[in-house]
Design a protein around this ligand. Structure first.
Ligand code: ARG
Length: 459
């Protein structure tokens, strides 16, 4: 009762504080599925290599099935005195099947066991995230397609800059989430090697078949250095880094939703289901979901910093510090999962106020660049001079309280005598947008072409 699995050379039980600082089952129970998978692969390999007898192997596999059933129906006893998921499973296996259980850990250490389990977990998490990113991109594509020709202001410094379309703006995020997808896919490809069989740190004297376990677990190959296999967590760091960058993208979109939802902007609304009210101010409709997506970035990036800091300076091979790898990774992927899911719901439900956005697109002298470009194109002014003339025109328009398109021709010819009526047709936000046909620009036809490309990439 209460014997540790490593008690042979010990005569006293761990102090309370030893157990308190050492215990990880409260966190790493989440690795149970990966742990069973790894143990089954290891057991089958031991049987195939004649290291464990067919009878003992069968008993072990049967016991692992029973453990899986117990965990699934909630009757498995997770016990702190067995420290982590690996020893909880092994202790329970011993209770269920007796003596043969002791053979499962042949040619294995918790060091390669946990490295394997954790890789499998992070790989699954990356796969989930990859699917979610594509799902989010599809939702953005649908919304972008519907609004490929609907105007909104483009900003720099959050000041009106040049008109763009809502579709073009949303497609910017499709590109960002596409790169995020690429980062997770790269991380997944690099992490897909098996540590199992590295044993404690030096490999094993038993005739194990690491290629077989690697293949059974869906890894491309076994890791080539046993010390490296049990002691690096770069796969987790790389995934956290991808998660952190992705969270940054989500946060920027969330921030835009927050801004667009202010009555001052009034660009979009979100339905009741995705907003909250105030307990005191009856008029309120708050974009809490967007704010929380924005905030999750803190946790996710914090997790990257936490694990980077844990890993720096650890001598090879395994050190117990590395047990602290799981909380940040679990926390980050939980947060990212929720943030992506909430963002999908918001993007799908956003109700743009197209009239308001169109009006805003034309205000703030947003077509000033078009005027300057016209002066260059039609009158062959050097751009710097055109910039100056246009600046003066904006100043006049501001003084008269009109948009550039309403500035009387006499005002323009006073600044540059060769200006003609023809200039007015470039001064509308529609014309401005439609003229930006350079590759990657906001012209609706270009945006539609990019949407079609992404659709075929995602199908
Ligand atoms: N719970 C440990 C972890 O997560 C498992 C590996 C323990 N290895 C050891 N040599 N104490 O890292």
């Amino acid at each position: 009762e209460g014997q540790t699995l490593w008690g042979g050379r010990f005569s006293a039980k761990p102090a309370e504080v030893m157990q308190a600082i050492n215990v990880s089952i409260g966190v790493d129970h989440r690795l149970w599925e990966q742990d069973l998978k790894g143990s089954r692969a290891h057991c089958r390999m031991l049987m195939a290599q004649g290291i464990v007898s067919a009878d003992d192997g069968a008993a072990i596999l049967d016991g692992l099935d029973r453990i899986e059933a117990e965990i699934r129906d909630g009757t498995f006893p997770f016990r702190d005195e067995f420290e982590d998921i690996h020893m909880n499973v092994e202790a329970r296996l011993s209770e269920l099947i007796g003596a043969p259980s002791g053979r499962l850990h042949t040619a294995r250490s918790r060091n390669d066991q946990v490295a394997t389990d954790f890789r499998l977990w992070v790989r699954d998490a990356c796969d989930r995230t990859l699917a979610q990113l594509h799902a989010l991109q599809r939702i953005l594509l649908d919304r972008a397609e519907a609004h490929a020709g609907d105007l909104m202001p483009g900003f720099t410094h959050l000041q009106p800059a040049q008109p763009v379309t809502l579709g073009h703006h949303l497609m910017a995020y499709v590109e960002m989430f596409g790169r995020d997808h690429g980062r997770f896919a790269d991380a997944r490809a690099r992490m897909n090697e098996s540590p199992l069989g590295a044993a404690a740190l030096a490999g094993s004297p038993f005739p194990i078949d690491r290629h077989a376990t690697a293949a059974e677990l869906g890894f491309d190959r076994p890791m080539a250095n046993s010390l490296d296999a049990v002691s690096d967590r770069d796969f987790a760091l790389e995934s956290l880094s991808a998660a952190s960058i992705c969270a940054g993208h989500l946060s920027r979109l969330a921030e835009e939703i927050v801004i667009w939802m202010t009555p001052q902007f009034g660009f979009v609304t979100l339905p009741d289901e995705l907003t909250t009210g105030s307990s005191i101010m009856p008029q309120k409709r708050n974009p809490d979901a967007a704010e929380l997506v924005r905030a999750k970035t803190g946790r996710i990036t914090g997790s990257l910093i936490a694990l980077t800091t844990v890993m720096k300076g650890l001598p090879l091979a395994y050190s117990k510090d590395m047990q602290e790898d799981k909380p940040p990774v679990f926390e980050a992927f939980d947060a990212l999962d929720l943030a992506l899911t909430a963002m999908m719901a918001m993007v799908a439900a956003l109700r743009p106020n197209l009239e308001r956005m169109r009006q805003a697109a034309g205000s703030g002298y947003s077509t000033a660049t078009d005027l300057a470009d016209w002066l260059v194109r039609e009158l062959n002014l050097p751009f710097r001079q055109a910039h100056h003339v246009t600046g003066a025109a904006v100043k006049r328009a501001e003084a008269l309280g009109v948009d550039l398109g309403q500035l009387p021709l006499a005002e323009l010819t006073a600044l540059e005598p060769r200006v003609t009526e023809a200039v007015y047709k470039v001064l509308s936000p529609e014309a401005s947008c439609a003229s930006r046909l350079s590759f990657g620009g906001t012209a609706p036809d270009g945006v539609r072409a990019r949407i079609a490309e992404w659709r075929s990439r995602l199908s």
